[in-house]
Design a protein around this ligand. Structure first.
Ligand code: PLP
Ligand code: TYF
Length: 401
């Protein structure tokens, strides 16, 4: 049946990861993927997660199907407080729906399926150019159309806020727009809170519905409230959105696939309508949600000792990324580079857009065994205090010769 179907394309990020894994050179450096690592470049499991797992195991819980498809009331309450904040107008009964998801990507996928069936306006989603390569894949796979607005200025290596606003102003009314809440992937540039206020006003004027991808809350500043400002501002302006939350990064639960979806609503009647449509969608996709990740999240949220450890660990992870960004700039100067690399420290989160050309990036991998994306994205977590001098030296080489 399938002997003649077209060959599919590799995910650009996992494609580079494959090349890295196949490289046998001991000095190789993986700057291709956004996964937080220790300074020894080892996978990192948070202490609060290890402790939560011990507690969960000691409870001898069963493994039957989860009957609460959207998560327990505790899971939902804590998700709402964590994201919207306790004072948000929408954080009360009848003003939201919170639903457990298969992490951020599963949330985006379910929201896209829901919008594809039920969104009453134009089924076109506008996104930043560039954005995470998987966005278009998820949205289009679920039947939505995609389009782009300006976001990044390659000449100045900065946010093109004017271009972004001009383009949003031209989006046909009653379309959709996808925002990344914080630590923009791939550029590392976010609008300021003042700019989010302007964006919210324009989105409201254009009558756009928003999808907010919240994959890095806490990772930018180390403070999860501060990193939630973008969509809290949107909510204050009563921009309606579906928030897609991931605990992959913030709790390091990448492989557990745990996250949540939050829809803002106007009434209990609307809540019921969305909820009763979401249940069959869930059943069509995966029937029942996974248990283990949900239990970890619940334990960390509801156990004050674990919540305290979590807060400290988020500060530590965000701090490590900031520190290594500074070290990179310092080492580039020490290596003799005269270029302005300050963008490494003005960008935040896991990624930096470097403005390097595909040829320079190819040289980095072929000659120096340093792997980053062809678009110029460098994943900061692959940098350590041990390899940063080597990476800086090689970056200087490919940009000066
Ligand atoms: N959105 C963005 C921008 C991401 O970078 C990622 C991946 O880390 C995700 C969503 C979804 O990741 P996950 O499905 O692991 O939560
Ligand atoms: O952009 C990244 O590196 C992370 C990890 O299909 C990732 O978001 C990469 C590709 C992908 C899923 C996750």
């Amino acid at each position: 049946w399938f002997a003649n179907i077209p060959m599919g394309e590799k995910d650009p990020i996992f494609g580079i990861l494959d090349a890295f894994l196949n490289d046998t050179n001991p000095s190789k450096v993986n700057l291709s993927i956004g996964i937080f690592r220790t300074d020894d470049n080892k996978p990192f499991v948070l202490e609060c997660v290890r402790k939560a797992e011990k507690i969960i195991i000691s409870k001898n819980l069963d493994k039957e199907y989860c009957v609460l498809l959207g998560g327990s009331p505790a899971f939902q309450k804590h998700n709402l407080d964590y994201t919207l904040g306790p004072d948000c107008e929408y954080n009360q009964p009848g003003r939201n729906i919170c639903f457990q998801s298969l992490s951020g990507c599963g949330a985006l996928s379910m929201v896209s399926q829901f919008l594809s069936r039920f969104f009453p306006g134009r089924k076109v989603v506008y996104m930043s150019d560039p954005t995470w390569p998987n966005h278009a894949n998820v949205l289009e796979s679920m039947g939505l159309e995609t389009a782009y607005h300006r976001y990044y200025d390659a000449e100045t290596v900065s946010l093109d806020f004017c271009g972004m606003m001009e383009d949003i102003h031209k989006i046909p009314k009653r379309s959709m727009i996808l925002f990344q809440s914080i630590a923009h992937n791939p550029t590392g540039f976010d609008p300021t809170p003042e700019q989010w206020n302007e964006i919210a006003e324009e989105v409201k004027k254009r009558k756009l519905y928003a999808i907010v991808d919240n994959a890095y809350q806490g990772f930018a500043s180390g403070d999860s409230d501060k990193d939630a400002q973008s969509f809290r501002i949107l909510a204050k302006h009563r921009v309606k959105f579906a928030l897609c939350n991931s605990f992959s990064k913030s709790l390091g639960l990448y492989g557990e696939r745990i996250g949540s979806i939050i829809f803002l609503t106007d009434s209990q009647d609307e809540v019921q309508r969305i909820y009763t449509q979401f249940i069959p969608l869930t059943r069509a996709n995966y029937q029942n949600p996974p248990l283990h990740g949900r239990r970890i999240v619940e334990e960390v949220f509801t156990n004050p000792e674990l919540s305290k450890i979590w807060k400290k660990e988020v500060v530590m992870m965000a701090g490590q990324l900031k520190n290594v960004r500074q070290l990179l700039v310092q080492n580039l100067k020490e290596a003799g580079s005269k270029r302005n690399w300050d963008f490494f420290t003005t960008q935040i989160g896991m990624f930096s857009y470097t403005g390097l050309s595909p040829q320079q990036i190819e040289r980095l991998s072929k000659e120096f065994h340093i792997y980053m994306l062809r678009c110029g994205r460098l994943a900061i977590p692959g940098l350590t205090t041990k390899n940063v001098a080597y990476v800086a030296k090689c970056l200087h080489k490919v940009t000066s010769e």
